[in-house]
Design a protein around this ligand. Structure first.
Ligand code: FPP
Ligand code: MG
Length: 308
């Protein structure tokens, strides 16, 4: 797709820090891959709302930088060692450089928005980042606990769905679309579906494809939807003991993972993600039929059936 090629080009071009180590670290993340879903959704949203998608490219690039910044920070917070099949940036460059490069990329994103966006877009984007940071703090405050489904959705809405809704909203604003609230909901349901599948892949994914080790969330003491949706059929005290153990034996983690799968946690999670995707689709199909809308529907399908 031509738009994707232009996004890739711009993602590299806009990165021009003067300090070589910042350039190396930010490039390590950007060139390390990624599906570019956020910039794609931004430009497609602009196109399907009747705008010129090319105009949304620098805004989509800004949103991908925010995503990259959040991953740089997240891997430090989680003490992660792998990202996209390679050593994570914190391992290669150290925690300090990873965090500060994240700061650089976040500021760069806002800078792109001041140049190519509007005040309203900056409001949308900065509110999304505030919610992401809050959700991350909520998540770490619940590590080791068996959380409620309500808390789970508060966490994933904040850490993922708000950024996806910022992407679709920015696209709609770029097109001067009259009902950005409707378009915001598309991103919100897409983001929820995305994170549900992310959490599912932690149980069922092939590390070769996802680039992340299996059952990582459980090892980190994080209770996610595949577990929460079958918890009532399990021995809660036993589960709590494993979650709260800072160094759980790998055999126990593996047994817990298998029990979740045996009880149907994976299928239920995929179903839940499908329901969210369906909600996004319901709104999409009320828009004019364009190839941008079709591409957006394809992304929605990819999100639910992806293996990486
Ligand atoms: C990955 O989640 C992390 C996020 C989706 C959001 C992280 C957000 C922040 C660190 C706050 C915002 C900060 C800035 C600078 C914009 P995960 O740990 O479930 O996924 P993973 O398995 O890929 O690590
Ligand atoms: Mg993480």
């Amino acid at each position: 797709m031509e738009l994707l090629k232009n996004i890739e080009k711009r993602l590299i071009e806009e990165l021009n820090p003067k300090v070589k180590l910042v350039l190396e670290t930010s490039r390590y993340l950007i060139e390390g891959g990624g599906k570019r879903l956020r910039p794609l959704i931004t430009v497609l949203s602009c196109g399907m709302c009747g705008g010129n998608p090319e105009e949304a490219i620098p805004l989509g690039v800004g949103l991908e930088y925010i995503h990259a910044a959040s991953l740089l920070h997240d891997d430090v917070v989680d003490g992660a060692s792998k990202r996209r099949g390679k050593s994570s940036a914190n391992v290669i460059f150290g925690n300090g450089t990873a965090v500060l490069t994240g700061d650089y990329m976040y500021a760069k994103a806002l800078h792109l928005f001041t140049r190519y966006g509007t005040k309203e877009m900056i409001e949308v984007v900065s509110e999304a980042v505030m919610e992401m940071a809050e959700a991350q703090v909520l998540e770490i405050s619940k590590v080791g606990e068996l959380i409620s489904e309500e808390d789970y959705f508060r966490i994933i809405d904040g850490k993922t769905a708000v950024l996806f809704s910022a992407c679709t909203t920015v696209g709609a604003l770029c097109a001067n679309y009259r009902y950005p609230e409707q378009i915001k909901k598309i991103g919100y349901h897409m983001g929820r579906a995305f994170q549900l599948i992310d959490d599912l892949l932690d149980y069922t994914g092939d590390p070769q494809k996802t680039g992340k080790p299996v059952a990582n969330d459980l090892k980190e003491g994080k209770a996610t939807y595949p577990l929460l949706c079958v918890i009532n059929q399990m021995n809660k005290e036993k589960v709590k003991k494993i979650l709260s153990d800072p160094n759980p034996p790998s055999e126990e983690i593996d047994n817990l993972r298998k029990e979740v799968l045996r009880l149907g946690g994976a299928n239920k999670t995929r179903e839940k993600a499908r329901t969210e995707a369906e909600r996004a689709y319901e709104i999409l199909k009320r828009l004019d039929h364009t190839h941008y809308r079709e591409e957006m529907e394809r992304i929605l399908e990819f999100i639910v059936f992806r293996e990486l």
